[in-house]
Write a protein that binds this ligand. Structure first.
Ligand code: 5GP
Length: 219
C-alpha cells in the first residue's frame, strides 16, 4: 500500500534578540532526521562582522527593500530596530508541497502576520533563562554599539509579553536541550489527528474490505 506524502509544516520561531534562537535552529538543522528547510530572509540592516551575505540574510538597501514591498515579493515583512526584515514568498509554497517543513526565524510582528494568513502554522517562542543572561548574551556578541544593544534589550521587554500568542515556549538554558525540545515539538505536531491524510484513512478502509473479501466476508 502506498502512502501519500504529507504536506510540510510551516514553523515560525521567534524570541527576543540575544535569546540564542539562531544557534538553537542551527543545532536543530544539523542534528535532526526531519526534513527541514530554513527560509532565507531579506534585510536592510547593516552587515555585521559575523554575517555571511546570502547565508545569514540577503542584504539590500532600504530603497531596494521598499521596491520589493511594492512588487509583493514578501510573505511578511516588518520593521525592527529601525531596519526592514522580510520573508520572500518564493519557494516556501513549493517546499511545503513537497513535504518539506519550512522554518521562519522571524520577529513577533511578522509572526503575527503569518498567524493571520496561515492558520495551520506552528508557533514556537524561545525565551532566555533570565533577563540578565539575555543582556550578557547581547553584549557577548560584540557586534553592536552599547546604544543598539540597549535598544534591543528594551524591545525584549515588550516581546516577552507576546509569548501567549504562540503554541509552544522553549527556554534556552542549554542550546542542545532547547534544540531537542523543538525537534520533539515538530515531531509531535506531525502526529496530530487533524494532520492525518484523508486518503490514507480511505486506503486503510479499502484494505479492510480487500482482506475480508479473501475470506468471503464483508463489514
Ligand atoms: P538580527 O538583526 O539580530 O539578525 O535580527 C533581528 C530580528 O529580526 C530577529 O528577531 C529576527 O528573528 C528577525 N527577523 C529575521 N528575519 C526576519 C524576517 O524575514 N521577517 C521578520 N518579521 N523578522 C525577521
Amino acid at each position: 500500500m502506498k502512502r501519500m506524502k504529507n504536506r510540510g509544516q510551516l514553523i515560525v520561531i521567534s524570541g527576543p534578540s540575544g535569546c540564542g534562537k539562531g544557534s538553537v535552529i542551527e543545532k536543530l538543522l544539523e542534528s535532526t532526521d526531519l526534513n527541514l528547510w530554513l527560509s532565507l530572509s531579506t534585510t536592510s540592516r547593516q552587515i555585521r562582522d559575523n554575517d555571511i551575505p546570502g547565508k545569514t540574510y540577503n542584504f539590500v538597501t532600504k530603497e531596494e527593500f521598499e521596491k520589493k514591498i511594492e512588487e509583493d515579493y514578501f510573505l511578511e515583512y516588518a520593521e525592527y530596530s529601525g531596519n526592514y526584515y522580510g520573508t520572500p514568498k518564493s519557494t516556501i509554497e513549493e517546499k511545503l508541497e513537497n513535504g518539506i517543513d519550512v522554518i521562519l526565524e522571524i520577529e513577533i510582528q511578522g509572526a503575527l502576520k503569518i498567524k493571520e494568513i496561515r492558520k495551520d502554522a506552528l508557533f514556537i517562542f524561545i525565551l532566555p533563562p533570565s533577563m540578565r543572561e539575555l543582556k550578557r548574551r547581547l553584549e557577548g556578541r560584540n557586534t553592536e554599539t552599547k546604544e543598539k544593544i540597549l535598544k534591543r534589550f528594551k524591545t525584549a521587554y515588550r516581546e516577552i509579553n507576546e509569548v501567549t500568542k504562540y503554541n509552544y515556549v522553549v527556554i534556552n538554558d542549554e542550546m542542545e536541550e532547547a534544540s531537542k525540545k523543538i525537534n520533539s515539538i515538530i515531531e509531535a505536531e506531525k502526529c496530530r489527528v487533524d494532520r492525518i491524510e484523508e486518503t490514507y484513512l480511505n486506503s486503510l478502509e479499502e484494505e479492510i474490505h480487500e482482506i475480508l473479501l479473501e475470506d468471503n466476508e464483508t463489514i
